[in-house]
Design a protein around this ligand. Structure first.
Ligand code: GDP
Length: 359
C-alpha cells in the first residue's frame, strides 16, 4: 500500500474539482493552463497525471500561489481536477446519489457573459449543492489590457488604467448581476469574507495565466475551510469510485477508467461494478496509471501499481467488464458481504440508468 500517488495524509483525501461553463468560454484552456503552469520538472511534489484527472499537490499550489497562500494553514493534500470539462461529465459522474465533484469552477467569458450553458451549469451546481467559484475568463482581451503573465490578479487589476479597469468592472458587474438573478450573492473574490455565503469571482486569463494562482488559492481555501469534514475518509478502507469510461486496451481487454473518491483499491480485490443488467462481480487483475514521462521512448503506455488510495484516477483491468457503463459505481468488497455490496451498487444504478435514458 505504498504507491507514490497515495496521499501522505492518511485520513484526508484530495477534493475533486470539476470545470463547467458555456462552450468556448475557456474550460479546456484553463485546465491546460493549470496543468502547464504547475509542472515543475524533477521537483518533489510536481503535478501527476492520473487516468482522467490531474492531481495538483499542495506544494505546487503554494509554489504557484506564492504570497497568496500560507501552506501551514492547510492539511488537505491538494486538488484533483477531472480532465473532462462540461456539465455532461458533471451530471453523469455521480457518487452516492450526489455529484462526484466536491467543488467546481464555473468559467464565464467576461465579454460574452452568461450564456445558455452558463445558466444550465449554475442550476446544476445549485441542485447538487456543489460549492463553486467563478473564473471570469479572457481578461486579456479587454482593449488596452496590460498583461502580467502567470501572476496573481489583484495587483495586475489595480495596475490597469482607470479606463481598462472600469471596462472590466462593468463586465464583472454584469456577471455578478446574473449570479444574483440566479439566487447567488457574489463579489470579486478578495472582497469575499465568507465563501459559503458569497461566490468569489476571480478575473483570469487562461491565455496569459494571470489569475490562475488565485483560482488555485481560492479552491484550496474553500475546500479547507468548508469541506474538510467531507474529506475525512478512511483512505485504507474498501474503495468506492465512479466509472469515467469503459475502454478496450491492448493486452488488457476491456478496462474501466475510474475516479476513486473513497478508500483504496488493490490488485486481487473483488469489486462490484454497475452494468447494463445485473452488477458485475469480478477480481482486479491490474491497476494502471499513465506512464511517467521518461526520456526513453517506449510502447508501454501504463505503469502498474499494487494499490491506490482516494482521491485518484485509475484504470482497472479485470475479467467480464464488457457490460459496464460510464457513470456506474464501482465498489471494493474487501471484508463486507458481497450481496450487500451488490444491493448498494444496484440501488445506485437505478439513478444512473435514469440519467442515461434522458440523454
Ligand atoms: P471550452 O469550449 O470552454 O473548453 O473553450 P476553449 O478552452 O476551447 O477555448 C475557446 C477559445 O477561446 C480558444 O480559441 C481559446 O484559445 C480561447 N481562449 C480561452 N481562454 C482564453 C483567454 O483567457 N484569453 C484569450 N484571448 N483567449 C482564450
Amino acid at each position: 500500500m505504498s504507491d507514490a500517488s497515495s496521499p501522505t495524509q492518511s485520513d484526508l483525501r484530495t477534493p475533486i474539482v470539476a470545470v463547467l461553463g458555456h462552450v468556448d468560454h475557456g474550460k479546456t484552456s484553463l485546465l491546460d493552463k493549470i496543468r502547464g503552469s504547475t509542472v515543475i520538472e524533477g521537483e518533489a511534489g510536481a503535478i501527476t497525471q492520473h487516468i482522467g484527472a490531474t492531481a495538483v499537490p499542495l506544494d505546487v499550489v503554494s509554489e504557484v500561489a506564492g504570497s497568496l497562500i500560507d501552506p501551514t494553514e492547510f492539511d488537505l493534500p491538494g486538488l484533483l481536477f477531472i480532465d473532462t470539462p462540461g456539465h455532461h461529465a458533471f451530471t453523469t459522474l455521480r457518487a452516492r446519489g450526489g455529484a462526484l465533484a466536491d467543488i467546481a469552477i464555473l468559467v464565464v467569458d467576461v465579454n460574452d457573459g452568461f450564456q445558455p450553458q452558463t445558466k444550465e451549469a449554475v442550476s446544476i451546481l445549485q441542485d447538487s449543492q456543489t460549492p463553486f467559484v467563478v473564473a471570469a475568463n479572457k481578461v486579456d482581451t479587454i482593449p488596452g489590457w496590460n498583461p502580467n503573465p502567470d501572476s496573481p490578479i489583484r495587483p495586475t487589476y489595480e495596475e490597469q488604467s482607470d479606463r481598462v479597469r472600469g471596462d472590466l468592472d462593468d463586465k464583472l458587474y454584469e456577471i455578478i448581476g446574473e449570479l444574483s438573478d440566479a439566487g447567488f450573492s457574489s463579489d470579486l473574490y478578495w472582497r469575499v469574507q465568507n465563501f459559503r455565503a458569497n461566490i468569489g469571482v476571480i478575473p483570469v486569463s487562461a491565455e496569459t495565466g494571470e489569475g490562475v494562482p488565485d483560482v488555485l488559492t481560492v479552491l484550496m481555501g474553500l475546500s479547507q475551510r468548508y469541506m474538510k469534514e467531507e474529506m475525512e475518509v478512511d483512505v485504507t478502507g474498501p474503495g468506492a469510485g465512479t466509472v469515467l469510461e469503459v475502454k478496450e486496451e491492448q493486452g488488457f481487454g476491456t478496462t474501466l477508467d475510474v475516479i476513486l473518491y473513497d478508500g483504496t483499491v488493490a490488485e486481487d480485490d473483488t469489486i462490484v461494478v454497475g452494468a447494463k443488467n445485473e452488477p458485475i462481480v469480478t477480481t482486479v487483475r491490474a491497476l494502471l496509471k499513465p506512464r511517467e514521462l521518461s526520456e526513453i521512448r517506449t510502447e508501454k503506455r501504463f505503469d502498474q501499481v499494487d494499490s491506490i488510495a482516494a482521491a485518484s484516477g485509475i484504470k482497472i483491468a479485470a475479467p467480464d467488464l464488457e457490460d459496464a457503463m460510464a457513470g456506474a459505481p464501482v465498489q471494493v468488497v474487501r471484508d463486507r458481504d458481497t450481496q450487500d455490496v451488490i444491493e448498494a451498487v444496484t440501488a445506485e444504478m437505478a439513478e444512473v440508468a435514469v440519467e442515461t435514458d434522458e440523454d
